[in-house]
Design a protein around this ligand. Structure first.
Ligand code: G1P
Length: 290
């Protein structure tokens, strides 16, 4: 089976980014010249998936508006003959048809994904977390879809992190396979206490899941932080079928964290078609002055 749908949870109060996120969702904070959520949507679309389901909560309507057509703005720009801007806005509103479901209670990431069960139905699907931006030559989603087409089993994207950071992630214990970057998952634990795991393989927010996950999520009881954790349901899924961890090619930036956000701006800015060369020269100058 092939993957046609992607679920992007955009829920929560975004307290890590206050006060910037008092009136706007964190997914709408700008990285260079577009909101961070647009990078995620572009990754999905350029990977060949055209059905995106946002799981939203209160205060997130700016995200749906961003991908919608704005008739009034379009008229004003046309009157002013701002053709290239019109074209760019047109491109954004043509990227996806917006489907959104509402998570009515803040019960955790696992619960947010479960909320999309009726829209996804009985087929494999991808999940992308809005905080994790991946800079890669081949989009991370595309790399995972290629692998899924071969393996037809759930896949979680992982990166190696220093031991002292394992408590900030869902950690995968796995066994090397005969293929580079691919591990057979043995166990998963959400944000393990320091010293309780030897593994340094941290899940970043990219998953390809099979539909059994919905029933398992429905049965998952609150775990770490009192929330229904996707990681706990993944452990249950792993108990009934094979699952793989994939060390993707590229660099992941946690744009939901203030320092990660700044790093993302620099990385994306330095690669920007028009601004990259000047920004890089400026960073060199700053570094020389240190
Ligand atoms: C979530 C997941 C965690 C994963 C992380 C990646 O945690 O629960 O397993 O490692 O995303 O960003 P959060 O960052 O929402 O606390």
């Amino acid at each position: 089976m092939s993957v046609r749908k992607a679920v992007i949870p955009v829920v929560g109060l975004d307290t890590r980014f206050l006060p910037a996120t008092k009136a706007i969702p964190k997914e709408m904070l700008t990285i260079v010249d577009r909101p961070s959520i647009q990078y995620i949507v572009e990754e999905v679309v350029s990977s060949g998936i055209d059905q995106i389901i946002f799981v939203t909560s209160e205060g997130k309507s700016a995200i749906e508006n961003h991908f919608d057509y704005d008739f009034h703005l379009d008229c004003v720009l046309r009157e002013k003959n701002k053709r290239s801007l019109c074209k760019e806005l047109d491109m954004i509103s043509n990227l996806i048809d917006i489907v959104s479901v509402r998570q009515k209670k803040p019960l955790g990431l696992g619960h947010a994904i479960w909320t999309a069960r009726h829209v996804v139905g009985n087929e494999p699907f991808m999940v992308l977390l809005g905080d994790d931006l991946v800079l890669a030559e081949t989009p991370c989603a595309r790399q995972m879809l290629d692998l899924f087409n071969e393996l037809q089993e759930p896949i979680v994207a992982v990166q190696r992190v220093p031991q002292e950071q394992t408590c900030q992630y869902g950690i995968v214990e796995g066994m090397a396979t005969d293929r580079d970057r691919i591990h057979a998952v043995q166990g998963l634990v959400e944000k393990p206490a320091p010293g309780t795991t030897d593994s340094d393989m941290a899940m970043i927010g990219r998953y390809i899941l099979t539909p059994e996950i919905f029933e398992l999520l429905g049965r998952t009881t609150p775990g770490h932080d009192g929330e229904i954790q996707l990681t706990d349901a993944l452990q249950a899924l792993k108990n009934i079928r094979s699952m793989y961890a994939y060390e993707f090619e590229g660099t992941c930036y946690d744009a939901g964290d203030k320092l990660g956000y700044l790093k993302a701006i620099l990385a994306y800015g330095m690669r920007h078609e028009k601004l990259g060369a000047d920004l890089t020269a400026h960073i060199r100058q700053l570094a020389a002055d240190l």
